[in-house]
Design a protein around this ligand. Structure first.
Ligand SMILES: Nc1ncnc2c1ncn2[C@@H]1O[C@H](COP(=O)(O)OP(=O)(O)OP(=O)(O)O)[C@@H](O)[C@H]1O
Ligand SMILES: [Mg+2]
Length: 265
């Protein structure tokens, strides 16, 4: 997916509820798309509470941010920085000391549209909530992935976010269930993830197991877990391929032998 004139796609990663794993999904999806040869740029739209620079080990590589671009302090190209250790991935960081109002919706739209000309995928990491920050993040997007945990509160929030995205004109929305406990992914029964997607009437683009230590260690190293753990590499590669339009059925995740036998018993 290189060469020629690019008209890439912009995807917003959003959730409503906070702390469900949007930023984690954003960096790992970007790393997997990059690994598959897609030129990918991440926009951290969580102005005031940025995190993607840390997750990519880029805290010391940044000079400008999205607010600087919005205010005309620098050119877009000056603020987009290539990740040193993550092939194919660049970052447009959020300002840490400003608030959402520093990036008007119209500026987000024009930034995303300019980046679509330069990259195959623009991944926008939305802040939590359904207020201004969410609306600004969604303004730049053609498609959306709603990240949710497998519980009733997340389900209700996802429903609300889905409605708001549709009202904003984004019709291509899928659901990614994150931090799913292994018992919800048993092979024999119809997994509860598939049921939740059915209830929300959203296509399920993937489910990621709860693996606190894997994500914690990756974050400490400033590396996406998809480049550190084989299990996460596989899981996020499948999600990336589905984003690219490949028809790969979403299977309940197979558990490693020891845990599987425990749960069977
Ligand atoms: N599959 C997972 N298993 C275990 N821990 C996870 C998983 N995904 C994310 N986490 C952890 O959950 C915490 C929150 O993740 P993250 O920052 O990505 O959420 P967020 O939705 O972006 O939060 P916010 O709403 O504050 O922006 C982090 O500590 C992260 O390492
Ligand atoms: Mg986040």
């Amino acid at each position: 997916m290189t060469g020629g004139i690019t008209v890439g796609e912009a995807l917003v990663i959003t959730s409503g509820k906070g702390g469900v794993g949007k930023s984690t999904v954003a960096v790992n999806l970007a790393a997997s798309l990059g690994r598959l040869g897609c030129r990918t740029v991440l926009i951290d739209a969580d102005t005031g509470l940025r995190s993607l620079d840390v997750l990519l080990g880029m805290e010391n590589d940044l000079v400008y941010d999205l607010t600087d671009v919005a205010e005309g302090i620098c050119k877009l190209r000056q603020a987009v920085v290539k990740a040193r250790d993550v092939d194919g991935v660049s970052l447009l960081a959020a300002a840490q000391l400003r608030d959402m109002c520093s990036v008007p919706r119209g500026r987000m739209e024009s930034v995303a549209s300019e980046l679509r000309q330069m990259f195959d995928y623009v991944i926008i990491d939305s802040p939590a909530g359904v207020d201004l920050g969410f609306r600004i993040a969604a303004a730049g997007a053609d498609r959306a992935i709603i990240v949710a945990n497998n519980d009733v509160i997340c389900q209700r929030d996802a429903e609300r976010v889905k409605g708001l995205l549709e009202r904003a004109g984004i019709g291509d929305i899928s659901l990614l269930l994150n931090r799913v406990p292994p018992e919800k992914l048993k092979k024999k029964e119809k997994s509860s993830c598939a049921l939740m997607a059915e209830r929300l009437e959203l296509p399920l683009i993937g489910n990621i197991r709860a693996r606190a230590s894997v994500f914690r260690e990756a974050a400490q190293k400033g590396r996406p877990a998809a480049l550190e753990s084989e299990e996460m590499a596989r899981a996020f590669e499948e999600i990336a391929r589905r984003v690219m339009g490949e028809d790969i059925p979403v299977q309940p995740v197979r558990m490693p032998g020891f845990w599987a036998s425990l749960l069977k018993g």
